[in-house]
Write a protein that binds this ligand. Structure first.
Ligand code: FBP
Length: 327
């Protein structure tokens, strides 16, 4: 008897029917998974096709744009547009909000098409991160920026590993693997392990002395207890935390020897990086806070590319550092 796996689409169809929901979300998720498969193909062949280098221009944050950033952006906007389900999108690769199906659309999509830029030249793991919020169905829609708690779903593809993780509001976080037919299959519920012996700490160790003193002290008092791992890509590092537990952190930089390099507001972007992993973490039994100990999902964005410090992972660890941060 050959073993055939449950596909993502079958899993989602079942989920939608069990919650009396429409097929609109399936169509959107089909667009996002198609985009991810094409981005993975271009990334896997990037070295041979010379696509892993710089594109020659800067993005809204004044950072070098990689050729792959442009390719991933183009692919994603194409599939969001053809889905016919997206009002507008916010992307790390676009200064302005991207109007898509403004009349007929049903969802807002916030995404980073290729996260982990320092890994791109080496073809090492990067992430495609996205968050989805629904339009106001009861009345006029004012397009206001949604806080993470208003997202209905958030997910990430770790590229080029063929893994896809999706958080569904009040329905858990699920991981899927790509099979030989390029289908995402075998839905596996992700629950952060309680066994602290497996827990990991993940942060840029080279930056630790630029963090706030209370954060440096917390690291000093706790780092011996946990394994340290850092891949330099939020998606890849959070992928590990979801499996093993522990905490990923990108604190505010406030003690940099070159004050121009301080980042008191944090580095990572709220809407399409921090809120995305915070949403999946909540649905997996974890939590996430910013530099003041405020839950990431409760932060109301004021602008699309707003930054935040991020502490995300096992609830006990987040509560512990949260006390220090809010203290
Ligand atoms: P990009 O969107 O520019 O890639 O920045 C985000 C990111 O690469 C995260 O994926 C990662 O966690 C972090 O920045 C790495 O930053 P650093 O190189 O400072 O450790």
């Amino acid at each position: 008897m050959i073993r055939l796996e449950q596909t993502f689409m079958n899993f989602l169809l079942d989920h939608q029917e069990r919650h009396n929901r429409t097929y609109n979300f399936l169509i959107l998720m089909d667009a996002l998974t198609s985009a991810a498969k094409h981005i993975e193909h271009y990334y896997l062949t990037g070295a041979l096709k010379g696509n892993l280098g710089l594109a020659g221009n800067l993005n809204v944050q004044g950072e070098d744009v990689m050729r792959m950033d442009q390719i991933a952006q183009e692919i994603t906007v194409h599939y969001l547009r053809t889905s016919g389900r997206v009002i507008h999108a916010i992307s790390e690769e676009s200064d302005k909000v991207i109007p898509i199906n403004t009349e007929s659309g049903r969802y807002f999509v916030y995404f980073d098409p290729l996260d982990g830029s320092s890994n791109v030249p080496h073809g090492l793991p990067v992430g495609f991160l996205f968050g989805v919020a629904k339009r106001n169905l009861e009345g006029p829609e004012d397009g206001h920026l949604r806080a993470g708690r208003d997202y209905m779903a958030a997910g990430m593809f770790v590229i080029p590993t063929g893994t896809f993780t999706l958080g569904l509001k009040d329905a858990g976080t699920w991981r899927f693997h790509i099979d030989e037919t390029m289908d995402f299959v075998r839905p596996t519920r992700m629950i952060l392990p309680e066994d602290a012996k497996k827990w990991e700490l993940s942060f840029n160790a080279a930056s630790r002395y630029t963090y706030a003193e209370k954060v440096q002290n917390w690291i000093e008092q706790n780092e011996q207890k946990y394994v340290f791992r850092y891949l330099g890509s939020l998606a890849a590092d959070f992928h590990r935390i979801l499996s093993n537990g522990g905490m990923f952190m990108y604190p505010a930089i406030v003690n940099h020897p070159d004050p121009k390099k301080n980042r008191p507001q944090g580095k990572l972007r709220l809407m399409y990086e921090a809120a995305v992993v915070a949403f999946m973490c909540r649905e997996a039994g974890g939590a996430a806070v910013d530099e003041t100990g405020t839950p990431i999902l409760d932060i109301q964005p004021r602008k699309p590319h707003q930054r935040t410090a991020l502490y995300v992972g096992s609830k006990l660890l987040i509560e512990d550092i949260g006390r220090v941060l809010s203290g």
